[in-house]
Design a protein around this ligand. Structure first.
Ligand SMILES: [Zn+2]
Ligand SMILES: [Zn+2]
Length: 271
């Protein structure tokens, strides 16, 4: 069997392999195993069966998604800026048209992701645009077989002036958030889950170790989130799945403070 990229049919996680024995994301306690056993889709098959699209979310921000849904169905964010674009998280797969759109917007100079649930097809962005930085927090390096990390980091890494990655842990060992100081945004990975209606209006928010299984964070993990977020100014959060302009710093801190007043448990707080 030739070495190629395979996507897990259950969660969309990519591995470069000849015959993946299992999927480390699905085998992890946060996810469910597939009901009918492992199925891995070679890149050629995904390419033949998926397309995707993009939308402009703000003057300098674009969102890329894959259709039909593949795996966890995350979003690839692209921050378009002088001095080189930043891609954070990735769509599950990029069609040729999507890659061409990224190219027309200036390509990718800096590439990073919050944790493995947001990786999507990072390998495609690295292959197509050869970004000078591919940054992943060092505690999640074991999840990066599909691409090459050029900038593992410890507590924080400034990708470009005003764009800083912060290791926050909690949800995943290497979970990180990207703070965009000028844009007053926090790309928070799965630090928070925001429930939205079909129109994209947020109505509830929670923090968790595993969302679908309702496994909560410990108090120490929540306090660490709080310590990391308190010094950062932001008016919106962006998870791999949602853009939530309703969640600024004060709301985010209030969610964490509420969780510290009671026994650990996943609670969806209305917004
Ligand atoms: Zn999987
Ligand atoms: Zn996650």
């Amino acid at each position: 069997m030739p070495l190629t990229h395979y996507a897990c049919a259950n969660c969309g996680f990519w591995q470069r392999h000849f015959a993946p024995p299992d999927c480390p994301v699905c085998a992890d306690v946060r996810n469910d195993l597939p009901e009918d056993g492992w199925r891995f889709l070679p890149e050629d098959e995904v390419r033949a069966t998926h397309s995707g699209g993009w939308r402009q979310v703000a003057d300098d921000l674009w969102a890329f998604t894959t259709m039909p849904n593949l795996g966890l169905a995350g979003t690839g964010w692209l921050i378009v800026r002088e001095g080189g674009n930043i891609a954070f998280e990735a769509a599950p797969y990029y069609s040729d048209a999507m890659l061409e759109q990224v190219r027309e917007l200036g390509g990718v100079r800096y590439l990073a992701a919050s944790h493995c649930h947001g990786y999507g097809a990072l390998f495609q962005l690295q292959r197509a645009f050869e970004p000078e930085v591919m940054a992943i927090q060092k505690d999640d390096l074991r999840m990066t077989k599909a691409f090459r990390v050029t900038a593992p980091y410890d507590d924080a890494l400034e990708l470009a002036p005003g764009y800083t990655l912060h290791h926050v842990g909690g949800h995943y060992e290497g979970q990180a958030a990207l703070h965009d100081a000028g844009g007053r945004r926090l790309f928070c990975g799965d630090m928070f889950k925001v429930d939205q209606d079909a129109a994209g209006r947020s109505h509830a928010i929670s923090s968790h170790k595993a969302f679908h299984k309702d496994i909560p964070l410990t108090h120490a993990e929540i306090r660490r989130y709080r310590d990391k977020l308190a010094p950062l100014d932001f008016d919106a959060v962006l998870t791999p799945f949602e853009y939530a302009p309703e969640v600024g710093r004060d709301v985010a801190l209030a969610v964490l403070d509420e969780a510290l007043t009671r026994a650990p448990g996943v609670k969806r707080l209305p917004l």
